[in-house]
Design a protein around this ligand. Structure first.
Ligand SMILES: *[C@@H]1O[C@H](CO)[C@@H](O)[C@H](O)[C@H]1NC(C)=O
Ligand SMILES: *[C@@H]1O[C@H](CO)[C@@H](O)[C@H](O)[C@H]1NC(C)=O
Ligand SMILES: *[C@@H]1O[C@H](CO)[C@@H](O)[C@H](O)[C@H]1NC(C)=O
Ligand SMILES: *[C@@H]1O[C@H](CO)[C@@H](O)[C@H](O)[C@H]1NC(C)=O
Ligand SMILES: *[C@@H]1O[C@H](CO)[C@@H](O)[C@H](O)[C@H]1NC(C)=O
Ligand SMILES: *[C@@H]1O[C@H](CO)[C@@H](O)[C@H](O)[C@H]1NC(C)=O
Length: 486
């Protein structure tokens, strides 16, 4: 009732305004501007104070983030507690990077001019491999001493390093395969171990690349028998086995107990398995390649005068971030990851920083494109030795070896979104897992559980380190960027 009465009271006035006519009526000029100015001023005041308030809040927040990030060694409890909030904020403020993006490859593989000869080697001219392991029983990776490891990082004109394939250490190829791979100068290599996959046929391979490249699929006996059950394996006149475009190469007497470590043999030691190869492209066994390999060599190596290319990791740029994520996702025994990271910290490996001169310290290692130059071969040997000595998580040791070789090893790290455009991912037929991944403390690896301890790999984690690591602190990492929650 009241409201209607009130409107009644106001209405006549409004009517009179209207009657007073038009915007130029003298009453309007004398009264309304003051009211309007007052109203505007009030709105402005509210507006400005809101903005100032928001700015103050932002400054306080940024200061908080900044202090939390700069006190990496001993983060306050407040910082830790607030990390979740920052993550939420970060996901709102920072746009999500593209998963896939177009790869700037040339249109036609037939247009590519393959460089003549080899990229010259500057300092290292002659790289030799130790072939005999003095320890007993002989191991595939050898019994590497700490001193030998240290010396192997000093690049010189002639070097002799451990690089797997020790006499009687396992990892043997059939004679028919050894003979076949001698003809391969351009290689696309892949591997399947422990029966996790069957080979995926690459698509978009030009006739030129089909003739130029050897497509070599390295498998163990177990995977071979599974492949023979599931897909058609063609046997040629010489006795070589084929699945579609892939020439299947079987490794006998596997070097390690862990299938994951065995998988690193063809991936990292491609130059030892296929010694005549000048170029190789490694792709993980679960991937179906979508891009012509000759186009890849042009885009990733020849165009930028590079001899080595690898993608950046999707989330992490510091090995300590990645180590933390591996522990959370339980991808290897947590105390052993800790020890691995402690050793790298002690040996001078720092957190990644923008001014470090590298795009990232952590690669996405499922695709590796390289020319087999002496220094690249050295890098791969040293990388392999780290994998052999410590944990099989090779994304942790890549950045460390690159850091040790410094300017000697020049490589191209391309965007992760391009990497995702290179292939279709097929799920493993079953998921990798082993009990060792659930181990929380070293005590769990003794007594009745001692069999969990690998007998032929990771020996560096069980041999006394030549320094006291007790007080070494692994850098604190902010659990950032949504990673590790996959
Ligand atoms: C290479 O080795 C030689 C002989 O062992 C040594 O004198 C020289 O200093 C080394 N060069 C470098 C760059 O380390
Ligand atoms: C690869 O082949 C698919 C079809 O199989 C096609 O859609 C795609 O455009 C091709 N990609 C390239 C880079 O040729
Ligand atoms: C291969 O065959 C085995 C047994 O015959 C089966 O369990 C497995 O799922 C098959 N894998 C694929 C990828 O077809
Ligand atoms: C690569 O090297 C060649 C010859 O040395 C040079 O002409 C070319 O400009 C270089 N390209 C890049 C991207 O550095
Ligand atoms: C053996 O390992 C399992 C899995 O890590 C663990 O649950 C168990 O407690 C260990 N046993 C001993 C005796 O340490
Ligand atoms: C290692 O260092 C810690 C303190 O940093 C000390 O307590 C411990 O006794 C040292 N161990 C050895 C074997 O020197």
């Amino acid at each position: 009732m009241r409201t209607t009465r009130r409107t009644d009271r106001i209405e006549p006035k409004q009517r009179s305004d209207v009657k007073g006519g038009g915007p130029f009526s003298p009453r309007k000029l004398s009264q309304d501007p003051w009211r309007m100015i007052w109203r505007r001023g009030f709105i402005r005041l509210v507006f400005v104070s809101a903005i100032i308030w928001i700015l103050l809040m932002l400054i306080a927040l940024l200061f908080h983030v900044w202090t939390c990030q700069s006190t990496t060694a001993s983060p306050s409890a407040v910082c830790r507690r607030h990390t979740k909030m920052f993550l939420m904020l970060e996901s709102i403020i920072v746009p999500k990077p593209l998963h896939r993006c177009p790869i700037p490859v040339l249109d036609d593989p037939y247009d590519i001019v393959i460089p003549k000869g080899r990229t010259p080697d500057n300092i290292l001219k002659d790289l030799q491999y130790s072939m005999v392991d003095e320890g007993s029983p002989p191991l595939f990776g050898g019994h590497l001493q700490w001193k030998q490891r240290e010396d192997s990082f000093k690049v010189n004109e002639t070097m002799k390093v451990h690089c797997g394939f020790m006499k009687d250490g396992g990892g043997d190829m059939d004679a028919v395969d050894v003979k076949y791979v001698k003809r391969c100068r351009f290689v696309v290599a892949s591997g399947i171990f422990d029966g996790y996959d069957t080979p995926h046929q690459p698509t978009n391979i030009s006739r030129r690349s089909e003739k130029l490249f050897c497509f070599l699929m390295v498998v163990d006996e177990k995977s071979l028998s599974l492949i023979e059950q599931n897909v058609t394996v063609r046997v040629d006149n010489a006795g070589g086995k084929w699945v579609g475009i892939w020439r299947v190469v079987t490794l006998h007497n596997l070097p390690y107990d862990e299938p994951r470590r065995n998988g690193k043999v063809p991936k990292i030691l491609t130059h030892r398995l296929f010694p005549q190869a000048q170029y190789s492209i490694w792709i993980d066994g679960k991937m179906e390649l979508l891009v012509d390999p000759l186009l890849m060599l042009e885009r990733y190596l020849w165009r930028g005068n590079y001899t080595f290319a690898i993608a950046t990791h999707k989330h992490h740029r510091s090995i300590y971030e990645e180590g933390d994520a591996i522990k959370r996702r339980k991808r290897y025994a947590r105390p052993l990851i800790d020890l691995h990271m402690k050793i790298y910290r002690y040996e001078g490996m720092e957190l990644w920083r923008p001014d470090k001169g590298t795009v990232s310290d952590v690669p996405e290692g499922a695709v590796i494109i390289r020319e087999h130059t002496a220094v690249n071969n050295l890098f791969m040997c040293l990388w392999f030795n780290e994998v052999d000595l410590f944990t099989p998580r090779d994304q942790l040791s890549f950045g460390y070896v690159a850091f040790r070789l410094r300017a000697h090893f020049r490589f191209f790290m391309f965007p992760n979104c391009e990497y995702n455009s290179l292939f279709n991912l097929h799920r493993h037929t079953r998921e990798h897992s082993s009990v060792v991944e659930w181990v929380k403390s070293l005590d769990e690896l003794t007594g009745s559980n001692a069999t969990l301890k690998e007998s032929r790999g990771g020996l560096g984690l069980w041999t006394p380190y030549p320094a006291n690591l007790t007080s070494v602190e692994v850098p604190f990492v902010r659990r950032g960027s949504l990673a590790g929650r996959r």
